[in-house]
Design a protein around this ligand. Structure first.
Ligand SMILES: Cc1cc2nc3c(=O)[nH]c(=O)nc-3n(C[C@H](O)[C@H](O)[C@H](O)COP(=O)(O)OP(=O)(O)OC[C@H]3O[C@@H](n4cnc5c(N)ncnc54)[C@H](O)[C@@H]3O)c2cc1C
Length: 464
C-alpha cells in the first residue's frame, strides 16, 4: 500500500450536497481543501425533490448552467391526502420561481463533487478517515483509499457525512435524536407516458407513502423514468411487522389508494431498500477546530422536502465563517459569528419541531396507530375558552406553511371581540371551507405567539 503526507487548510469528510458546497466555496476563496467521500457515487441515493427556490443557491455556487444540462426532470408541485381522503395540491408554478426538479440524485451529488474539483478542491472517492488526532497546528488524519494511505494535516475539519455523523461522533459531540424514522423504498420502471408529475404523499396506519417519478438509467431499467415509492415508518414497527419483506410492503401499498392509482397495476418489488430518515440535531454544531454542516448538524423529516437546499445553504454559510476564521483567527468578530451560527441552528430546529408537530397533528384518522400517536401533539385548546386579540395584534412573523390556506389575519379579525373558541372554529370552518383541526392548530399557534390571549369569562348579571 502506497503512503504519503500532505497539508491542507480544510479537510471535509463527506461529499454530499453540504460537503461539496462547503469545499466549492472554500476552494474559490483560495484555500486548500479536500473532500473524503466513502463512495464512488455509483449506488442509489435518497432525497430527490428540489424546490424551485433552490435555483438561487445553485446560481450562487456557480453550478446552475451544469445543473440545467444534467437532465433532471421538472417537478410541478406536491400533492397530499393528509388528514382526509381529499387530495390537496401545492402547485410550484404559483411560486415566484416556477417549477422545481426531480433529481437523478447520484448524478446531482457527483456533479457537485466534480464542480468542487474544477474549483481546485481534491476529491478522494472510496475513501475513509482513521482516528483524527488534534495537534497545536490543527489535525493529523489518515485518509485511506483502495491501495493507498495518506497522513494529512489540516487546520480545520468539517463533518458533512449526513446522518452518519462519522466525524463528530468520534469527537464526542452530543446528539439529540427525536425519532427512529426509516424510509423503506423501491423503484418501478414507468412504461407509459404519465401526466401526473407531482410528488404524492399518502398516509397509512403505520406511516406514510410518498411517490415521485424520477430519471432512471435506461440500460438498468429499460425505461428512462421510474416511480420511486417510499414508505416512511418507524424502526420498531419495521421490525415488529417485517415491513422490509417485499410481500408485506406491497400489501401495505395496496391500502394506499391514491398511490396505487398512479402506479397502475400493483407493482411487486424485488427488493426493498432502507435509509435512515430520523430527525436529529447536534447540541453544539462547532467545536475546537471542527464544524458540522448539513444533515450532520441537523436532519429533518423528509416531509419538509427541504434537506438538500438546507445542506447547500449550510455549506455556503460554513465556508464563509471558516474563510474568516482561517484568515483572521480567534477574534471577537469571529467568535460572534460562530455564536450567531449556533443560535440560528438552535432557533431553526425549534421552529422545525413546532411545525412538524403541527403537521402531524392534522392527521387524526388513526388515533390508535403507534406511528401517529408518537408524533401527534395534543390539541390543547379548550373549546369553552374565550379568545381575544391582544391590543395592536398583527400576523405573527412566522406562520407555518402547513397551516395555509388558513390566514392568520382572518383569525385575528375573528377575535377582535372575545368569543368562545368553539364558535370561532365553527364559523371559520363554514365560511373559509377549512378543516376544524387546522383552525384549532392556528388558534393555538396565535395563542403561543401571544397574538391572541384568553379573556375572562363574561360576568354573570346576577339576580334582579
Ligand atoms: C427518504 C428521504 C427522502 C428525502 N427526500 C428529500 C427531498 O425530496 N428533497 C430534499 O431536499 N431532501 C430530501 N431528503 C433529505 C436530503 O436527502 C438530505 O437532507 C440531504 O441529502 C443532506 O445532505 P448532506 O450533504 O448533509 O448529507 P448526505 O446527502 O447524507 O451526504 C453525506 C455524504 O457523506 C458520505 N459519507 C457518509 N459517511 C462517510 C464516511 N464515514 N466517510 C466518508 N464519507 C462518508 C456519504 O456517502 C454522502 O456522500 C430526504 C431524505 C430521506 C431520508
Amino acid at each position: 500500500m502506497a503512503s504519503s503526507e500532505g497539508a491542507l487548510d480544510i479537510l471535509v469528510v463527506g461529499g454530499g450536497p453540504a460537503g461539496c458546497a462547503t469545499a466549492l466555496q472554500l476552494a474559490r476563496a483560495g484555500l486548500s481543501v479536500a473532500i473524503v467521500e466513502k463512495t464512488r457515487y455509483e449506488e442509489p441515493r435518497v432525497g430527490e425533490t428540489l424546490s424551485p427556490g433552490t435555483r438561487g443557491l445553485l446560481e450562487h455556487l456557480g453550478v446552475w448552467r451544469d445543473f440545467e444540462r444534467a437532465g433532471h426532470l421538472a417537478a410541478y408541485g406536491n400533492a397530499a391526502s393528509w388528514g382526509s381522503e381529499v387530495r390537496e395540491e401545492r402547485d410550484f408554478l404559483f411560486t415566484p420561481y416556477g417549477h422545481g426538479w426531480h433529481l437523478d440524485r447520484r448524478r446531482f451529488d457527483a456533479d457537485l463533487a466534480a464542480a468542487a474539483e474544477r474549483a481546485g478542491a481534491t476529491v478522494w472517492r472510496e475513501a475513509r478517515i482513521a482516528e483524527p488526532v488534534r495537534s497545536p497546528q490543527g489535525w493529523r488524519v489518515v485518509v485511506r483509499t483502495p491501495g493507498s494511505a495518506s497522513t494529512i494535516s489540516a487546520r480545520m475539519l468539517v463533518d458533512a457525512t449526513g446522518k452518519a455523523q462519522a466525524l463528530v461522533s468520534r469527537l464526542g459531540a452530543r446528539r439529540r435524536r427525536y425519532d427512529r424514522m426509516l424510509a423503506l423504498y423501491s423503484a418501478f420502471p414507468i412504461r407509459e407516458p404519465i401526466a401526473d408529475t407531482f410528488t404524492l404523499v399518502e398516509p397509512v396506519e403505520c406511516g406514510w407513502f410518498y411517490s415521485a417519478s424520477l430519471p432512471a438509467e435506461k440500460p438498468a431499467t429499460g425505461s428512462d423514468r421510474v416511480w420511486w415509492v417510499a414508505l416512511m415508518t418507524d424502526a420498531h414497527l419495521c421490525r415488529r411487522h417485517a415491513l422490509r419483506s417485499p410481500a408485506v410492503w406491497s400489501g401495505l401499498l395496496s391500502g394506499a389508494g391514491r398511490t396505487m392509482e398512479r402506479l397502475g397495476a400493483r407493482p411487486v418489488p424485488l427488493r426493498i431498500g432502507v435509509a435512515p430518515a430520523h430527525s436529529a440535531s447536534l447540541e453544539q454544531m462547532h467545536g475546537d477546530g471542527w464544524l458540522a454542516v448539513g444533515d450532520c448538524a441537523a436532519s429533518h423529516d423528509p416531509l419538509s422536502s427541504s434537506g438538500i437546499a438546507r445542506a447547500l445553504d449550510s455549506g455556503i454559510r460554513a465556508a464563509g465563517i471558516i474563510t474568516r476564521l482561517l484568515s483572521s483567527g480567534d477574534t471577537v468578530a469571529n467568535r460572534t459569528a460562530l455564536d450567531a451560527l449556533q443560535a440560528s441552528h438552535e432557533t431553526d430546529f425549534d421552529r422545525y419541531l413546532a411545525t412538524r408537530a403541527q403537521y402531524y397533528a392534522m392527521e387524526q384518522r388513526w388515533p390508535n396507530g403507534e406511528f401517529w400517536r408518537l408524533r401527534q401533539r395534543e390539541i390543547t385548546l379548550d373549546p369553552a375558552s374565550r379568545l381575544i386579540a391582544m391590543r395592536g395584534a398583527t400576523s405573527p412573523a412566522y406562520w407555518p406553511a402547513e397551516l395555509e390556506p388558513l390566514d392568520p389575519a382572518s383569525l385575528i379579525a375573528a377575535c377582535r371581540e372575545a368569543r368562545r373558541a368553539a364558535d370561532i372554529v365553527a364559523t371559520h370552518a363554514q365560511r373559509e371551507r377549512i378543516g376544524d383541526t387546522r383552525i384549532i392548530l392556528g388558534l393555538q399557534w396565535l395563542l403561543r405567539a401571544r397574538v391572541l390571549g384568553e379573556a375572562s369569562p363574561p360576568r354573570s348579571r346576577g339576580p334582579h
